[in-house]
Design a protein around this ligand. Structure first.
Ligand code: SF4
Length: 400
């Protein structure tokens, strides 16, 4: 039986709280796709493919095989410290390491919650730009939520990251280095302990691109980073593509491009509304690519990769949590076939006084019930890390 939910519910409209969205010439929320020109970060081993690494060594006047040795230190021992690389000749070692593994970011702050099982890192990049990553231990896996841009140009009204616009794209190595640094932190015993009987390997097993930035707006560097993550050791991190989740607010041409790559990552669409009227306001990029176009591209991703797509849907009280929206979402997904998609409703934390607040539990249950009744696989997502303002893609920034 449906739970007791009033039939006529109010409609809260998205609005920024305490800041103003930048507008374009036509008065619409400004969207920034191009990265502002800033000093580029130093070129790092993780920016280069195999041939480029060898060429770089030749440029430095060194034998090409050293590339593999250095890669092994960086990708499998998670170190950039020349003192630890005793298999390299002492003479010139420091210069060699500085040439291939320049320092990319320094840790500014670290914040642990969940008894040490969740740790948020704030990093300062070479030009002072700040980004963050969040490390989470779950039974059987360790997940790192990474940033792909400093700031973001997508201007979502709930998002702290988007407020200042896009600072710049991160380089592939800056993206990968978040994982290497997290692995070193875990190896040093930094993350909370394993549960009894748990056999999780002590390194990052899963990556979600749900930190700062819109990953598909930084496409080339994202793909270079992903290829390095999945490259077998010692040339890369040897991770499984299906354990890497690329999340987007719906950059349709880039979704189609991603579908054509031979790297079957898990793909997540942050939809948050099934109707254009609301989504135009909630996710400004919807003014460029509408709900139906984004869903068509998501379905094409499934067709090309066989990987089931995730639809992320933060449940916001009286804004997007109405029963008819659950029905409309189910209708739009089912119209594109069965078995290709999975919905993850994301419950927010209650935020008194804010319009960006949690749906009532009964409303959440009803939303899920309607999707399930329509045959759409639905799982309420774990919201770990939100208490420390985890991932913008999960609307957590609205709660800071
Ligand atoms: S929610 Fe994501 S896409 Fe939207 S402004 Fe924030 S970082 Fe960008």
């Amino acid at each position: 039986m449906p739970v007791d939910v009033p039939l006529a519910r109010p409609q809260v409209r998205p609005a920024t709280e305490g800041w103003q969205q930048q507008r374009d010439g036509e008065g619409r929320p400004l969207l920034q796709f191009a990265s502002p020109k800033r000093g580029k970060p130093p070129v790092h081993l993780a920016d280069l493919d195999g041939d480029e690494r060898r060429a770089r060594l030749v440029e430095l006047g060194l034998p090409a095989f050293r590339a593999k040795q250095i890669a092994r230190h960086y990708f499998t021992r998670w170190t950039s410290d020349p003192a630890a690389m005793t298999d390299l000749p002492a003479a010139g070692r420091e210069e060699l390491v500085a040439g291939l593994l320049p320092s990319l970011m320094t840790e500014v702050r670290r914040l642990a919650t969940d008894r040490g099982d969740t740790v948020k890192f704030l990093w300062k990049l070479h030009d002072g730009a700040l980004v963050e990553s969040v490390l989470m231990r779950y039974p059987g896996r360790i997940t790192l939520c990474v940033s792909s841009q400093a700031g973001c140009g997508m201007n979502c009204p709930f998002c702290a990251t988007g407020q200042a616009g896009l600072t710049r794209n991160m380089s592939a190595a800056e993206i990968v280095d978040q994982v290497v640094r997290a692995n070193r932190f875990i190896a040093d015993g930094g993350l909370g302990g394993k549960r009894d009987g748990e056999t999780t390997p002590e390194r990052v097993s899963n990556i979600v691109f749900m930190g700062m930035g819109e990953p598909l707006a930084n496409y080339a560097r994202l793909m270079r980073a992903v290829r390095t993550m999945v490259a077998p050791a010692p040339d890369g991190l040897g991770m499984s593509a299906r354990h890497i989740t690329v999340s987007t607010v719906g950059l349709v041409p880039a979704i189609r491009k991603l579908a054509a790559e031979a790297v079957p990552v898990t793909f997540a669409l942050s939809l948050h509304a099934p109707d254009d009227e609301l989504r135009d306001e909630l996710i400004p990029v919807n003014s460029r690519w509408k709900v139906d176009e984004a869903l068509d591209a998501a379905r094409a991703y499934f067709d090309a990769t066989g990987r089931r797509v995730s639809i992320e849907y933060a449940l916001i009280k009286d804004m997007n949590d109405h029963g008819w929206r659950a029905d409309l979402l189910a209708e739009k997904l089912n119209a594109r076939g069965r078995g290709w998609v999975h919905v993850n409703p994301i419950p927010l934390n209650p935020t008194p006084g804010s319009i960006w607040t949690a749906s009532e539990p009964a409303v959440q249950r009803e939303f899920v019930r309607r999707l399930e009744a329509a045959g759409v696989p639905t799982t309420i997502r774990d919201t770990r890390g939100k208490e420390i303002d985890g991932a913008c893609g999960q609307l957590a920034a609205a709660e800071s």
